[in-house]
Design a protein around this ligand. Structure first.
Ligand code: ADP
Ligand code: MG
Length: 683
């Protein structure tokens, strides 16, 4: 059985099982889907006389003799002399005395390893070896983190394949496979592990990539299908409230903002529930737009809820909404986990006295019962999964019996095809321009050696009345990484270059109330220089803060750096984004160069995707679905489109997956996507 624990395989006991766990391998199925990182081509055996030092070879021979002795520092050394008809070679192992038993004189083996010549003698250190002849062919190399040997692991995989492959039912129906020229899943799995040749390996990859795209698309397609059929609120908008809020802004909306506002309005006045993603860079004015959408809903008598991933962000929105709804007579409530006296808050939410409710995931708690929730706004969507998103809608539906409108805001813009995949259930609105007159921050790179002048520059700006952030990758110092950590540097800077100025410290291990207090002081200008970790990445908005130094910038992801930069592009003053970086790896050089070359969030996202590869990029979005292991949404766009289309037509024909040919798919969805069952229950 596929979900049988690995323990039931031959030769795996409790101890080994624990090692498998380190690689997140629990069930036999996990092994089937644990793919090689790369392959070694071992199609040909080379005779020993033709071996050349410096290269990897596959060779074969008989044991002529073996010796064992204690070498340097009492290390056990095993030397085995191997010969074929043409010549001989010495195979050497260190500290693996048990291997001696394998090499009985006269026995024949196949070896694979890097050949060297040492003191004139041809030799190879710790070659892989096998008594039988399987080592020929294209061999998988797994990402084993040195927990197992490749040889051992291959044996296990063979065993798992043998035991399970015949029982595997294909999740892709036959007609889809045929139409897109895809091999069946048994062949794909057999060949992704042990390819017969390069051609079938390619087919195996194509098949598995298609399957991944297919699976990842389904929940969103389902969600969209379901939501379009639901009955929503036909909002009736009273412009006088909307105009009062607009007047409180003190600025005009940009063209893009007006455009997306129209799209939102158009949804809200229709009787289906809006499911819209509003994407735009940090500072592009999404929250401003969401406040007008709120006014639409409130003007018709409904409540609105705004949910954020962090308390800092929620509190900031709360403050903004208070300004924007000033003198409109509507009550605004703030709710987060750290608020003690919640009873009255719950009461005001339930009675409908509070019209605007802003908070963290505390809004999801059972005690929060809305009176008539008409619009849900979710900030930073990727931190919340589909299920959480649905929970709020569910609450609203509970007493209204119609579905609320949902607006999701994200500052992680992604290329459109990708958006279709991971936000497939949503309509998308995009703000591309920043508010007029706003200057892009100047981005400068320093290295460790000349970082003093960066700090001098910032000191100068602070003396001119501006505020600054200094960002570190870690909270506490770690000896291993030798990184300057926020806490230590806070003390150092406070008594050093920024002596006499008020310096603050903020990081994720402070209590949320403490964080809030510090942010308030920074916003009020009491704190001039704020030392922080990347906690600042999301949302914080202090227009007077125009400088940011990021130390060890090479340690940050590209999108992360861009988000940080967004913190200081908030006013019409010049702003400075200063990186202190000593990039060493190729990736970090690419990241630093990209951040200097463009300020466009979409370009940054594209670059980030290229540098990191889709797996990690998507992983960081935490969209709650199984990661793509093989599929590459950038290079395989056509395959992605095809898989999405097929998934869509399959779901439209059989939304509840009742047909017999879709049973394997149904099971896979339930198993691979922990959310799926729950998700199905909700919808
Ligand atoms: P986002 O939510 O996309 O990060 P916000 O809505 O918080 O952006 O806006 C960022 C900053 O820009 C806020 O200080 C806001 O008041 C200001 N802002 C938004 N839209 C405009 C505009 N059209 N003109 C001038 N300033 C604006
Ligand atoms: Mg509507």
């Amino acid at each position: 059985m596929l979900n049988t624990p690995v323990r039931y395989l031959k030769g795996i006991g409790e101890k080994r099982e624990r090692l498998f766990r380190k690689l997140s391998l629990k069930a036999q199925e996990d092994l089937l889907y644990f793919f090689p990182r790369r392959y070694q081509d071992r199609l040909e055996i080379t005779t020993i006389s033709k071996l050349e030092p410096g290269f990897y070879f596959l060779f074969q021979g008989k044991v002529l003799s073996k010796t064992e002795f204690k070498g340097f520092r009492q290390k056990n050394v095993l030397k085995v002399l191997i010969s074929d008809d043409t010549s001989s070679i010495l195979c050497i192992w260190f500290n693996q005395p048990y291997l001696a038993n394998y090499f009985d004189k006269g026995k024949e083996f196949v070896f694979y390893g890097k050949v060297m010549r040492y003191d004139g003698i041809l030799q190879v250190n710790s070659p892989e070896f096998e008594e039988n002849n399987f080592s020929q062919g294209i061999l998988p190399i797994y990402p084993l983190k040195e927990i197992f040997t490749q040889r051992y692991f291959r044996r296990i995989i063979r065993d798992v394949l043998e035991k399970n492959i015949s029982k595997l039912s294909d999740i892709l129906p036959f007609n889809i496979r045929k139409k897109h020229d895809l091999i069946n899943s048994a062949a794909a799995l057999n060949n992704i592990h042990f390819p017969k040749d390069h051609k079938i390996l390619e087919q195996a990859y194509k098949r598995i990539a298609f399957e991944e795209f297919f699976l990842i698309s389904i929940p969103f397609i389902l969600q969209r299908l379901i939501s379009k059929k639901k009955l929503g609120i036909r909002h009736i908008i009273d412009d006088s409230l909307v105009n009062r809020v607009r007047n409180n802004f003190g600025f005009e909306l940009t063209f893009d903002q007006q455009q997306v506002l129209e799209e939102i309005k158009n949804d809200m006045v229709k009787d289906y529930p809006m499911q819209r993603l509003l994407q735009g860079e940090v500072g592009s004015g999404k929250t401003v737009v969401s406040s007008l959408a709120s006014a639409f809903s409130i003007s018709g008598g409904y409540q609105i809820a705004l949910m954020c991933p962090t308390e800092i962000l929620a509190y900031q929105h709360y403050n903004n909404f208070k300004r924007w709804f000033l003198n409109t007579g509507y009550e605004i409530l703030f709710l987060s986990g750290s608020i003690k006296a919640k009873k009255n808050i719950y009461k005001d939410i339930t009675s409908g006295k509070a019209k605007i409710i802003i908070g963290t995931h505390a809004l999801l708690e059972d005690n929060v019962k809305f009176n008539n929730l008409g619009l849900i706004i979710i900030d930073e969507q990727h931190k919340f999964g589909l299920v959480q998103r649905n929970l709020l809608s569910q609450k609203a539906f509970y007493n209204l019996k119609v579905w609320p409108d949902v607006l999701i805001m994200t500052a992680t813009p992604i290329p459109r095809t990708l958006a279709l995949t991971i936000y497939g259930d949503l309509d998308i609105s995009t703000i591309r321009q920043l508010p007029d007159g706003r200057l892009r921050p100047e981005t400068v790179v320093y290295n460790k050696e000349n970082s003093d002048s960066a700090f001098q520059f910032v000191l100068g700006q602070v003396r001119l009345g501006r505020q600054a952030y200094i960002i570190y990758p870690l909270i506490n110092e770690s000896e291993k990484l030798e990184l300057k950590a926020a806490v230590k540097m806070y003390e150092y800077l406070q008594s050093g270059i920024f002596k006499g100025l008020s310096v603050g410290l903020i990081h994720g291990r402070l209590k949320e109330t403490e964080q809030k207090k510090i942010m308030d002081e920074f916003r009020d200008g009491k704190i001039k220089v704020l030392v922080a970790t990347s906690i600042l990445e999301i949302g914080v908005d202090v227009p007077n803060a125009t400088c940011m130094i990021v130390e060890h910038a090479e340690r940050f992801g590209l999108s992360q750096l861009h988000q940080l930069r967004g913190r200081i592009a908030r006013s019409q003053n010049n702003s400075y984004f200063i990186l202190i970086a000593n990039p060493k790896s190729e990736d970090s050089v690419l990241r630093i160069s990209a951040i200097c070359h463009t300020c466009d969030g979409f370009e940054i996202a594209q670059k980030d995707l290229e540098i990191r590869g889709p797996g990690e990029f998507l992983g960081s979005l935490q969209h709650g679905l199984s990661e793509l292991k093989v599929a590459d949404p950038i290079r395989q766009i056509d395959l992605l489109k095809a898989a999405r289309e097929e998934a869509k037509s399959l779901i439209e024909k059989d939304p509840n997956l009742m047909l017999r040919q879709n049973q394997a798919l149904k099971q896979a969805l339930e198993k691979k996507m922990p959310n799926y069952k729950e998700f199905n229950k909700l919808t």
